[in-house]
Design a protein around this ligand. Structure first.
Ligand SMILES: CC(C)(COP(=O)(O)OP(=O)(O)OC[C@H]1O[C@@H](n2cnc3c(N)ncnc32)[C@H](O)[C@@H]1OP(=O)(O)O)[C@@H](O)C(=O)NCCC(=O)NCCS
Length: 451
């Protein structure tokens, strides 16, 4: 009898491992591609990105997003290029209240810088050499008089001359271009009904455009790594409330504070998410959009009432949520007394006075590790992202306490956690105090996530 012919697909060579890795990777980004189809993203970047030579790579990534069906509005800044023009002409820069005073010479420089940048961006979007990510890309970039501006005017006796602020964005025309498959490019210049040009900030134009277009995301690609707290820790996710608290503490770098101000403005204006990511990281926009944890800071609008720390008044509501799951063995039993004692560990999701979800964080500060326990979402609210919001919130609480890892013990929810960045761990990975309490009868799986 002949030996079976080996299939060309089941060799355990490096090649087949890398095929499998490629397929896994592509499948793992599929949910994001489906979710972002037909969504509108405003992508804003400073002139610093162009100066750093990162424009071609960014345009290649934007071309990819566009090909995947996302509607893209680009907004460019021009600060370093305006400075260059001013230097070339021997014109001094004047600032007041952290704003440029745009005199007629500075306005000329701003126009020149914006014109040159627009041409550079259009040229980058026209690349199409074979064997580059732009091969076969067909991008048509549209720019125009989409931004109406008004003068800042005279503030505290200082005349800001041609420095302006956005008065209106022609969202309808932009939308029309987007639905015709174009990428729209906005410059930091706007025009008044009197026919004058005004020098604007890229952040003002970008956040105003995102609000006017009811964009799904505003993404600032910046010279900062994102928002970093006083311990130099990157804040990956912030609610509007967190962002406002940080701004009032005055511990942020001037650049981060400026971006955060406009990110929160956009969220307050109805944009679901605003991101601040670094251009220093090649492909940062792809990593931010297509990976679970992203690479920069994301500010999201969150109904401040709905996700909060629990109080003693929540004990009854939490018991109602968890009792059916305790009864069927999904969760470990906790009596009212234990819950009352542990209530400070809990966070809850509340809608209209009713609790729809809860989770608890038990920190082990010595080992810099925390346990997330009792994650529960009411059956009526499951599948709408509340579980994920609770997880993110607990992660944030853990990071704020200086913890570096988070673990869960689960018997029935393994895949939910694996999908969200947890990996299997062993008993030895638990802190000593927790290991001693491990219940061998439940034989729960231990899953761990690096924060
Ligand atoms: C696990 C739980 C908290 C998720 O809450 P949720 O609000 O439904 O979660 P999200 O909306 O963020 O995510 C929903 C996704 O998780 C999936 N999911 C829900 N329960 C799951 C489970 N046990 N295993 C794997 N996936 C699960 C859903 O199918 C859905 O997938 P989809 O987005 O591909 O459609 C919730 O199902 C629950 O309370 N389960 C019972 C309690 C429990 O098991 N807690 C964990 C204790 S360790």
């Amino acid at each position: 009898m002949n030996a079976p012919t080996p299939s060309p697909y089941d060799s355990d060579s490096d090649e087949s491992a890398s095929h499998a890795q490629f397929v896994d990777w592509l499948r793992s980004v599929a949910p994001y591609i489906h979710a972002f189809h037909n969504k509108t993203f405003v992508v804003a970047f400073g002139g610093e990105l162009v100066k750093a030579g990162a424009l071609d790579a960014l345009i290649q990534d934007i071309a990819l997003l566009h090909a995947m069906g996302m509607h893209i509005v680009m907004v460019h800044g021009s600060r370093p290029q305006v400075e260059e023009q001013l230097m070339l002409r021997n014109v001094e820069s004047h600032f007041s209240q952290e704003m440029r005073i745009t005199d007629p010479a500075a306005l000329e420089c701003a126009k020149e810088a914006a014109g040159e940048l627009r041409l550079d961006i259009e040229a980058a979007a026209s690349q199409g050499l074979p064997n580059t990510p732009m091969a076969h890309a067909r991008i048509s970039v549209v720019s125009g008089n989409f931004v109406t501006a008004r003068p800042v005017g005279i503030l505290d006796g200082v005349d800001f001359q041609h420095t302006g602020i956005v008065r209106k964005i022609d969202a309808e025309s932009i939308r029309m271009s987007l639905s015709n498959g174009k990428i729209v490019l906005l410059s930091p210049l706007g025009f008044s009904p009197t026919g004058h040009a005004f020098n604007l900030t890229m952040e003002d134009v970008a956040s105003s455009a995102a609000i006017a277009l009811k964009a799904d995301k505003l993404i600032f690609i910046t010279e900062t790594p994102g928002v970093v707290n006083e311990y130099n820790e990157l804040q990956r996710e912030m609610t509007l409330e967190d962002a406002q608290r940080m701004q009032s503490q005055n511990t942020l770098s001037a650049d981060a504070a400026f971006y955060l101000r406009y990110a929160t403005r956009a969220c307050r204006g109805g944009v679901a998410r605003a991101h601040i990511i670094p251009f220093a990281l090649d492909g940062g926009i792809l990593l931010e959009l297509f990976s679970h944890d992203g690479v920069g800071t994301m500010v999201s609008y969150e109904n401040l009432e709905s996700l909060r720390e629990a109080t003693i008044d929540d004990v009854g509501g939490i018991l109602q949520l968890i009792e059916p799951l305790e009864a069927d063995g999904t969760l470990v039993k906790r009596g009212r007394n234990q819950l009352e004692r542990d209530i400070d560990h809990f966070s809850v999701i509340e809608h209209d006075g009713l609790l729809f979800g809860c989770a608890a964080l038990y920190p082990y500060p010595k080992e810099r590790i925390g346990e997330m326990a009792c994650l529960t979402v009411s059956p009526d609210a499951q599948g709408t992202g509340d579980g994920e919001r609770l997880l993110k919130h607990i992660e944030q609480r853990a990071r704020a306490r200086g913890l570096e890892r988070l673990f869960v013990l689960t018997t029935r929810t393994e895949h939910w956690f694996l999908k969200r960045g947890f990996v299997k761990a062993g008993l030895d990975d638990l802190p000593d105090d927790r290991r001693r309490l491990y219940n061998w009868q439940r034989r729960s799986l231990i899953l761990m996530k690096k924060l």
